[in-house]
Design a protein. Structure first.
Length: 546
């Protein structure tokens, strides 16, 4: 319980810490570390008495933090062995059989467990023994790393107090009244008389004290959920101190993911906010006051590639929160990660240089915080006939582009060259011309003069232009059941400022077939698409061809 609180507040490491539980003002001390016990803290001491010790940090017990600390302990075990038993909230058992070829000797494995536990914010005790029960009870009595040779189990357990065997309170009181304080003294008692006085529990404790009890490992199923949470004593109203707390949770999540050789593909954040009114509200059917419900703030951070870099994740999360911050102060933090296999990337000799996915995602997030999420991404055409209708989707570097680059690089390596537009034969033409369309958003208002029902002159952007050639109209309409229905007539036109108006026949000829006298050079020559909006009864220029 104490380690769970210290794990959430790393600045408490090395300090004397005592935990209290209960309803104010009747809260009492239920747990304390060795430093607090040496300072004079006793269990069942009241909160006021505990606070009289200036060197002792008093904190409330946190079941949620105990849950996440236990999950981190399980991740520690799975980082070494696939066979784990979930023995107790503070104890796990690992099967080390066959792991020497991967990690080395048992001493090396024990040292790695201690080091990895420290990275997860835990202080672990490791005991290696051929007897499962001996390892569990010895770990509760010895600190650091302990290796118990086979056949010496009773010798190592003999000097430990009887409490490491986890007897009931009545049995422990009876043994204390008999003057039995150690496992060695308990093992020396006759088992028959012990059975008569303590029943089957006495027999079980006698067997455990001698190191003669044995059982099989009860395997636990690996968890795929990674969650961390933190409840705050005081509400946090600003983003800067909130980012500091989020960094702690992300460090713990990434350490657990790394222990399992995984990475995060999605980060989910949930905040419990300070109620709008802290005044107690009274129910109509209940005379007792009730606290106002806490508002919930949720955010989902979807990642382009699996990431377990806590600093990078914190930057992305901060940018997301800056664009849409919580409206009230935060009282409780909850964070969860969806696990995925880490990304393995290998560069190629013929692949073009591209930005790192993490840095690209950070750049996109910074742009989104400036212009909004809906204005950053990759355009995607919607399933409709409405002109120029599209939506923005999340930008992800397409794998097809990398494959094309790889094939292109391979072709260049073998002396192959491909050129030409789609449908052209590179062998028959030395070059090809591709036409692109530049869309004006929003479309430019225009004034069009008609001649025999066809556009003859057009004015837009302060210029008056003659129509040299045209094609159309093409009528499109749709969504008649909606308020924003559309009905448009589109034309493709070739214009030139100040040129002479053409006859009806010549107007439909391509510019390449016009005589030189009909086509004088000008700087404003171009191909445009215009349309008449029947709903608004106005002309617009949709864009130009490049």
């Amino acid at each position: 319980m104490v380690q769970a609180v210290i794990r959430a507040e790393p600045e408490l490491r090395g300090c004397a810490v005592a935990l209290i539980e209960g309803t104010p003002p009747l809260r009492t001390v239920i747990a304390a570390n060795e430093a607090a016990l040496r300072a004079g803290i006793e269990l069942s001491m009241t909160e006021t008495q505990a606070e009289d010790f200036s060197v002792v940090q008093v904190r409330p017990r946190s079941p949620s933090q105990e849950k996440t600390a236990h999950a981190a302990l399980m991740d520690l075990g799975w980082s070494v062995s696939p066979h784990i038993e979930d023995t107790a909230p503070d104890t796990i058992v690992l099967d080390l059989a066959g792991l020497a070829s991967l990690f080395g000797s048992e001493e090396i494995i024990a040292a790695q467990l201690i080091e990895r536990a420290s990275g997860l914010g835990l202080a672990a005790r490791v005991v290696i023994s051929s007897n499962l029960e001996v390892a569990v009870h010895a770990a509760r009595g010895f600190i650091g790393i302990t290796l118990i040779p086979p056949g010496e189990e009773s010798k190592w357990l003999g000097g430990l107090p009887v409490s490491v065997l986890s007897p009931s309170a009545e049995t422990l009181a009876a043994l204390d009244s008999w003057g039995v304080y150690t496992c060695e003294a308990l093992a020396a008692l006759p088992v028959l008389q012990l059975s008569e006085r303590l029943g089957q529990e006495g027999v079980r404790l006698h067997e455990l004290a001698r190191g003669a009890s044995s059982r099989s490992l009860v395997l636990a199923e690996p968890e795929i959920h990674f969650e961390e949470e933190m409840e705050l004593e005081d509400a946090v109203p600003e983003l800067e101190p909130l980012s500091f707390l989020l960094g702690r949770l992300l460090d713990q999540l990434c350490a657990r993911l790394e222990a399992r050789s995984l990475a995060a593909s999605v980060i989910r954040v949930r905040f419990e906010l300070e109620p709008i009114s802290e005044n107690h509200s009274r129910s109509l059917n209940d005379s007792s006051p009730q606290k106002a419900a806490r508002p919930i703030y949720e955010k989902i951070l979807t990642l382009p590639v699996p990431i377990r870099n806590s600093k990078m994740l914190l930057k992305l999360l901060r940018l997301r929160l800056q664009s849409e911050p919580p409206q009230m102060a935060v009282l409780k933090l909850f964070m969860a990660a969806e696990a995925a296999r880490p990304r393995f990337a290998q560069g190629g000799l013929f692949l073009p240089s591209s930005p790192d996915p993490e840095k690209l995602e950070l750049t996109i997030a910074r742009l989104a915080s400036l212009v909004g999420d809906s204005n950053v991404g990759a355009p995607e055409i919607t399933d409709t006939h409405r002109p120029d209708d599209f939506r923005m989707r999340r930008f992800v570097a397409p794998r097809a582009a990398l494959e094309n680059s790889r094939r292109s690089g391979a072709n260049q390596k073998h002396g192959m060259v491909q050129a030409g537009a789609e449908g052209d034969d590179p062998a028959s033409s030395g070059h090809s011309t591709k036409t692109s369309f530049r869309v004006f958003r929003p479309p430019l208002p225009a004034t069009v003069e008609l001649c025999d029902g066809f556009p003859a002159r057009i004015s837009f952007s302060g210029m008056r232009n003659e129509v040299l050639a045209l094609s159309g109209p093409w009528r499109t309409s749709g969504d008649w059941w909606r308020e924003d229905l559309w009905q448009q007539d589109e034309w493709d036109i070739e214009i030139r400022a100040g040129s002479a108006s053409l006859g009806r026949r010549e107007r439909f000829l391509p510019s390449t077939l016009l005589s030189p006298k009909d086509s004088q050079p000008s700087q404003t020559h171009g191909l445009y698409r215009i349309y008449y909006d029947s709903i608004r009864e106005s002309w617009f220029v949709r864009g130009m061809y490049d």
